[in-house]
Design a protein around this ligand. Structure first.
Ligand SMILES: [Zn+2]
Length: 402
């Protein structure tokens, strides 16, 4: 009468699987796949947005995503893929699991860890399996700061640079039966050195005796090495797992604080050889007849447009005169490196700003002519009204240089 027909189990209701019996991985596979897909899609959307301003529009002339996701120091845009963020948050969570005294951490430690190492037997957990691979990293990168010594295992924890069982090469089968805490080995604020250590390694006993104990009652702390306050943050975790090797060249200067990022973006793409000039579009399979619209003489390449074209050359000439200095225009990155080392920070900032500004100006003039049929005169370019304050500061700079 109501039009319902009898169904059969299993089926999906409001996106949730309905079934009889214990939940199994296969029941939730569809949901897990959907989450994985969304994460992948998010990265694609971010990537499209960076290049086109629209999440659905893909551009062809782009810098590799892995490069974009590296830090400013190595020439990227400091974006972070979501999958990497997830991995670094798992490292952070694992560190918190070992360092925190919160109830969740006490509970999880009791469930997942035995004798200072992850349990061998299988543990049903939605999160532990993602944390477990980071366990050794956390242990190796952290050290205990002794407070009252109650939380620290004397033999098995790292409070001396390495655990005592490692320094003394005590086998694992014996190590797991050593349960003394650091507090057990201190009496009246003085170390009690076991006879075994005195006999086997006299130097080590000296090192232990020299380890300073706190005068007041404080809690033991598990700290991340090499950082002042020892607190691991998501940023530090990310940089630890995905480090970037600094490149002292142009990479940081491009993102000068004095320049709008949209202007810097033009130069950043030029330095990566990824400006959508005719040359680069042809390389990616676009069939087009190329001519530089600024001079109507040569074919348009990045080098021609930004350096060699009379329009660009006039601007570089103007910059040379202003700074009373010859910038090296043999390549795009050389221009950037050719600021005089004797200049003080302010003049260098001005020169950097001007270079970025010239690249942006050339690109905007080129687009204005090409897409809006505008007429752009070389004399008008450096003195557009919005640039006047900048030009004035350049004139001031010139006096300083003189
Ligand atoms: Zn030209």
């Amino acid at each position: 009468m109501l039009g319902f027909s009898p169904g059969s189990i299993p089926f999906t209701y409001l996106g949730c699987p309905i079934f009889v019996g214990k939940p199994k991985a296969i029941h939730f596979q569809a949901i897990a796949d959907r989450i994985k897909n969304i994460l992948k899609k998010l990265d694609t959307w971010i990537r499209n947005f960076v290049w086109s301003g629209d999440i659905h529009t893909k551009k062809i002339c782009t810098v590799a995503w892995s490069k974009v996701c590296s830090s400013y120091e190595v020439g990227g845009l400091d974006l972070r893929p979501l999958s990497n963020i997830n991995v670094s948050l798992m490292l952070l969570l694992c560190w918190k699991l070992l360092s925190s005294q919160d109830q969740w951490a006490l509970l999880c430690r009791a469930r997942y860890i035995k004798d200072g190492i992850p349990m061998r037997s299988f543990i049903k957990s939605s999160i532990w399996h993602r944390m477990k691979p980071h366990f050794n990293t956390v242990v190796n990168q952290s050290i205990w700061l002794i407070g009252n010594g109650e939380r620290i295992s004397y033999w098995n924890d790292n409070w001396l640079g390495k655990p005592l069982v490692d320094l003394l090469q005590i086998p694992r089968s014996i190590a797991k039966r050593l349960h003394s805490s650091v507090a057990d080995m201190i009496a009246d604020n003085v170390w009690i050195i076991p006879n075994y250590i005195l006999d086997v390694d006299a130097d080590l006993s000296v090192r232990i005796s020299a380890t300073v104990l706190p005068i007041t009652q404080v809690e033991d702390r598990f700290v991340w090495k090499d950082f002042m306050d020892g607190l691991l943050t998501s940023k530090i975790a990310y940089e630890f797992l995905f480090p970037s090797i600094p490149n002292p060249n142009w990479t940081v200067k491009v993102w000068s604080l004095f320049v709008p990022p949209s202007n810097s973006f033009v130069l950043w793409r030029c330095l990566h050889g990824r400006m959508s000039t005719d040359e680069n579009l042809q390389k990616r399979g676009c069939t087009l007849v190329s001519v530089c619209v600024l001079c109507m003489v040569d074919a348009e390449t990045s080098h021609q447009l930004f350096i060699h074209c009379p329009f660009a050359a006039a601007l570089w000439c103007w910059l040379n005169e202003l700074f009373n200095h010859t910038f090296d225009t043999s390549s795009i990155s050389n221009i950037f490196d050719s600021c005089k080392s004797a200049w003080d920070a302010q003049i260098t900032d001005l020169a950097t700003t001007s270079i970025i500004h010239i690249f942006h100006t050339i690109w905007m003039a080129r687009n204005d002519i090409r897409f809006n049929n505008a007429v752009v005169s070389i004399h008008a370019v450096p003195f557009r009204p919005k640039d006047v304050p900048r030009i004035r500061s350049l004139e001031i700079a010139q006096h300083v240089v003189d």
